[in-house]
Design a protein around this ligand. Structure first.
Ligand SMILES: Cc1cc2nc3c(=O)[nH]c(=O)nc-3n(C[C@H](O)[C@H](O)[C@H](O)COP(=O)(O)OP(=O)(O)OC[C@H]3O[C@@H](n4cnc5c(N)ncnc54)[C@H](O)[C@@H]3O)c2cc1C
Ligand code: SF4
Ligand code: SF4
Length: 1003
């Protein structure tokens, strides 16, 4: 037994890295994108390469196995094990050396592929192993798995593109693996040893080794007797580094990699071939590859339909379809000579029309943007498939078997029949060019899934054998395919693999149980979900019943909401939608996940949070863990931006989950004064606006800010929003707003939902909105509660976990607005987080159809204006503007796809050319950025892209619809940002009184 206390304390003492040994941290590293879960001994996050070396030494001293890890996006359980997991992705991510002439680059193992390619782009180069997980996959992990991209037919797999690897053996020695001709003494000994094995096994290699390019199972013993369709090196020489490629961290720990980079092709064209049957598509692949494409990728009927059902993908996929094809192949040609590419595309059209008798089946896509959009749809394939609700999930275990192209059609037909026999079905997609098709049958691992998995695996293996293919063709062996290595390669080659392992890692300390001595793939003790998986009993505050369903694996139809038997009313099943694919580990696209972008900690990642919640809800973190500190710590930096709701492929809505947990926690532990100060703002805003001198004292009297930091946790480094006497409500009488009865009689009625922030703190926005709508001919009514109070959506209470108060506020708002909504009158809001609460959280608060009716009419100001303008019902006289306009989107606007309307509305101003700032969350996020404990992280989030973009455009007009976004921009860049309503109002050729235009000096 490893002495874990000593292991943890020595790591903490002797290195600069982080030693994470608590249950929640270990739990977060107990899974990857596979079906498995094993608690690691502990987790180590090294700061430097030296830390890794020391950690390997300490682990060896204590006989603790070591498991190297990058993004943890492996699908077969490669990064799951009872070992010390060493995560290189946080700190070890530099480009170490670059030789433009030699076309080589040397990198740290934790560098992410997309980041390397961004670094190479100015040199017009790229690293062409373009895995679908390019935004998460680290080069160390890609080498560990011998990963392969969509364009492997043109560029090969990892093994074809690695020039050298420096790596530590378990004994602590650091060796340089590279071309055999230049090896040092120790490395040469290893090379001679492996050569000896390969020579001894020559006949076995010849008879048993799959000759397809997509073979990643076992160790690459064939470096000394090449069997890959594509040679591993350009000149046929042997490179010992290739022994480590695909070794899954079982032989050595990579310190750095030397990679072969390629010129970026100057041009690409795409032919989308539409097929009347899946079989025809599979059969055509072998002929199409003869035209020398750079990729041939499959999208089947189910995937086409799923893509069409997704509003983001529908226009793209529909533009590529001719009629209703059963499958399409995306055939890409790339190179430097555009006219040659057009000839290749023509050859494809001719091939389909003449030889394959499918004239008129090719959609030619030549512009870059359309090609990119189609590739995004293809890349999203697996993730789209994984969004199925219920316990039956598409399971990855035979998903990358590779067969020679001439057998592809027969193989897929036979496997489809196998699925049918076992009451399941699969969706097919991916790399037709190299005979690797991804397919996942739907299995329920909590019931009979493991038994069916074994049966299907047996039959799939027999098919692979029949067609002389490779059982493990892309995603590696891990826990899932390890037991098939001996089956695939036979006892002699399996013994040779063992000999390699013994030679490099005699004490079996490197990622044990992978490739050599693997467990049974269906051992229930290794499964994340097994028949013994249970969840705690919980009455949730929100309605999660939409997730509380079961599905039929054969038809994928869902049961009725609430019928799924979840002991937490569906909350646990919503959490379990996270399949650990790691898509949230992204930095450049979308919003998800701002806290991870700043800290790079698994704990502060959507995946890490979902895993923490899953462990708590299934009792694996001890009793009452859901309301305990570990869960609180994981959720602490979640800013509730809903980036995940939009960007996570399976729709994990951590913002709402956090609200649920906050409510459960407050019910148990009560509400702290700090939380009440923010939560109850809507209650005291009216009083504060009558006594602004008193409520604004904190920022006026020296010392009070410090005191508020000590007592209430309010950051002394922040100014608080200022209360004022001239609220919207006090100005309302001079605005000539419609009364309720006038509104109901009006020809063009709208209701303005004036929230606390725009009603009391930034009244200019609400005034501006009213003026703009009136100028466009609408009768505007500003709704209030029956008791005359301003309305509130309840969000501030929700954020503090005050569920009952939130529900009371929401009910009051619903009562006030429902009569209008029932008449089809638009309810227009200004603050994105408030208005969008009506379309989101309020639907899950038990108000039934009333809430749905209100949500159906609730629109942001810009959504309403854009809708009306599109229908030619919105006409304003606006002054032209030539000023640069930069727009920052509030996270909730982005999550609800409400940014295009902002730009549309700004374009109503003659001459305006608004540009969206490519930013994630501003970091303020309601009260988050005001809290002293979050101030620094909040500013770091803003500094990721928003504030630099604002500073870089000193003369631009900055538009931001969120109150907290505007505050953050003012605090961080000293610039005033405006709500879109104010920008429009400012450009009105005005009729209203100038006294109502306090912003007049802004343009
Ligand atoms: C949705 C989805 C799509 C995918 N698409 C593809 C695809 O198109 N092509 C493809 O090939 N794969 C694909 N994968 C699988 C996976 O993303 C890739 O294999 C990826 O390259 C793994 O990178 P990682 O950084 O996550 O590695 P990890 O999962 O962290 O590690 C992978 C292996 O490498 C080892 N390793 C990591 N770092 C080191 C090191 N420093 N030294 C030694 N060993 C190390 C690990 O121990 C492990 O065995 C996909 C996975 C998902 C979830
Ligand atoms: S939260 Fe979503 S994106 Fe992140 S790992 Fe889970 S499923 Fe993937
Ligand atoms: S709501 Fe935002 S911060 Fe929270 S997990 Fe999702 S993306 Fe991350």
């Amino acid at each position: 037994m490893t002495d874990l206390v000593t292991l943890a304390s020595r790591l903490a003492k002797e290195t600069e890295g982080e030693a994470l040994f608590d249950a929640a941290s270990r739990g977060r590293y107990a899974t990857d994108a596979s079906i498995y879960q094993i608690m690691p001994l502990g987790v180590f996050v090294p700061k430097t390469a030296r830390d890794v070396a020391i950690a390997i030494d300490i682990a060896r001293d204590l006989q603790a196995p070591v498991l190297p890890r990058g993004g943890g996006s492996s699908q077969c359980g490669q990064t799951v094990g009872a070992a010390l997991v060493i995560d290189t992705s946080k700190h070890l991510r530099q480009v170490l050396a670059f030789d433009r002439d030699a076309l080589s680059v040397e990198v740290d193992p934790g560098l992410v592929l997309d980041h390397l390619n961004a670094w190479l782009k100015p040199h017009r180069l790229w690293y062409p192993v373009d895995v679908s997980t390019s935004a998460q996959a680290t080069l160390g992990g890609m080498a560990g798995n011998n990963s392969c991209g969509s364009r492997s037919i043109a560029y090969g797999n990892m093994v074809h593109n690695v020039l050298g690897i420096d790596a530590w053996l378990a004994d602590g020695s650091l060796l340089s693996f590279g071309p055999v001709a230049g090896l040092g003494a120790r490395e040469r000994e290893i090379a001679d040893f492996v050569r000896g094995l390969a020579e001894a096994q020559r006949d076995e290699i010849e008879s048993r080794w799959p000759t397809v390019m997509r073979r990643v199972g076992g160790y690459n013993l064939d470096i000394f007797h090449p069997r890959s369709e594509r040679p591993y090196t350009d000149d046929g020489s042997v490179n010992l580094a290739h022994l480590l490629v695909g070794a899954e961290g079982t032989l050595a720990f990579t310190r750095s990699l030397k990679l072969k980079v390629c010129p970026l092709p100057r041009a690409k064209v795409l032919g989308v071939v539409n097929f009347p049957s899946f079989h025809a598509a599979m059969d055509a692949a072998q002929h199409i590859v003869k035209l020398a494409p750079s990729a041939v990728e499959l999208v089947d009927r189910t995937m086409i339909e799923l893509s069409r059902a997704n509003p983001a993908f529908r226009p793209t996929i529909e533009a590529a379809l001719i009629g209703a094809p059963q499958a399409i192949l995306l055939v890409e040609f790339s190179g430097d000579d555009a006219s040659a590419l057009r000839r290749q595309l023509r050859a494809l059209v001719d091939l389909m029309g003449d030889a394959l008798r499918l004239p008129g089946s090719v959609v030619e896509v030549t512009d870059d943007a359309s090609q990119k959009a189609l590739w995004e749809v293809r890349k999203a394939g697996l993730n789209i498939m994984m969004s199925l609700k219920g316990d039956g999930k598409p399971v990855s275990f035979i998903e990358d078997c590779a067969v020679p192209l001439e057998h592809l059609a027969e193989y897929t037909d036979a496997l489809t029949e196998v699925f049918r026999k076992h009451g399941s079905r699969g969706t097919w997609y991916a790399h037709a060019s190299v005979g690797t098709l991804h397919v996942r049958p739907i299995l329920d691992m909590r019931r009979d899934g493991a038994t069916k998995m074994r049966a299907i695996a047996d039959e799939a293996a027999a098919l692979v054998h029949r067609f002389k293919g490779a059982y493990s063709g892309e995603h590696g062996d891990g826990l899932c395919r390890g037991e098939w290595i001996a089956w695939q390669f036979g006892p002699h080659l399996d013994a040779a693999f063992r000999a390699i392992k013994r030679r490099l890692d005699p004490a079996k300390l490197m990622n044990p149980g992978k490739i050599v001595d693997p467990p049974k793939m269906d051992d229930p003790r290794l499964l994340r979900f097994s028949p013994s998986y249970k969840t705690i009993a919980l009455t949730p505050v929100f309605d999660w019943s939409a997730w509380n369903v079961q599905n039929d694996p054969a038809t994928e139809t869902l049961g009725a909401p609430g019928s799924g038997g979840d002991t937490t009313g569906g909350f646990a099943k919503a959490v379990e939608m996270c399949n650990n694919n790691g898509h949230c580990r992204q930095f450049d696209a979308g919003t998800m996940c701002p806290s991870y972008r700043v800290t790079r900690d698994e704990q502060h990642l959507t995946r890490g949070r979902a895993n923490t919640l899953r462990l708590a809800l299934s009792g694996q973190l001890g009793p009452d863990a859901l309301t305990g500190d570990a869960v609180q710590a994981a959720l602490d930096l979640c800013v509730g931006c809903k980036g995940c709701k939009r960007d996570c492929p399976t729709g994990v809505d951590m913002a709402k989950m956090k609200l649920e947990v906050q409510a459960q926690r407050r019910a148990r532990h009560g509400v702290a004064l700090k939380q009440r100060v923010f939560a109850q703002l809507p209650d005291y805003a009216g009083l504060a606006s009558r006594l602004p001198w008193l409520f604004n004292l904190r920022d006026r009297v020296p010392g009070l800010a410090r005191l508020s930091e000590r007592v209430l946790g309010l950051s002394a480094g922040r100014r608080l929003p200022r209360f004022r006497r001239d609220t919207f409500w006090r100005q309302a009488p001079s605005l000539k707003l419609a009364t309720r009865s006038e509104l109901l009689d009006a020809a063009r009625p709208v209701v303005l939902f004036v929230d606390t922030f725009n009603g009391h703190l930034e009244s200019e926005n609400a005034v501006a909105a009213a003026l703009v709508l009136q100028a466009a001919g609408y009768a505007v009514h500003a709704a209030r509660a029956d008791n005359g109070h301003a309305l509130c959506c309840g969000r501030t209470y929700l954020a503090a976990g005050m569920a009952d108060e939130a529900r009371a506020k929401a009910r009051q708002l619903l009562d006030a607005l429902l009569p209008f909504a029932q008449r089809g009158i638009a309810i227009i809001g200004l603050e994105p987080s408030c208005l969008l609460t009506l379309r989101d959280e309020m639907l899950a608060m038990g108000f039934g159809d009333d809430a749905r009716t209100l949500a159906g009419e609730a629109l942001l100001f810009e959504e309403f204006v854009a809708r009306e303008a599109r229908a030619d019902r919105f006409h304003l006289m606006l002054r032209p503007s030539s000023r640069q306009i930069l727009v920052h989107g509030h996270c909730h606007q982005k999550a609800f796809g409400a940014m295009p309307p902002v730009l549309e509305v700004l374009r109503l101003i003659p001459g305006a050319v608004p540009t969206l700032i490519d930013s994630s969350c501003c970091g303020m996020a309601g009260s988050f950025g005001y809290e002293a404990s979050h101030h620094a992280v909040s500013m770091q989030m803003a500094e990721l892209s928003l504030l630099p973009a604002v500073r870089a455009a000193p003369d631009a007009l900055i538009v931001a619809d969120g109150t907290s976004c505007r505050h953050q921009i003012a605090d961080g860049a000293g610039r005033r940002a405006l709500h879109v309503a104010r920008v429009l109002a400012d450009h009105l050729v005005l009729t209203a009184s100038p006294s109502l235009r306090p912003w007049a000096a802004t343009s």
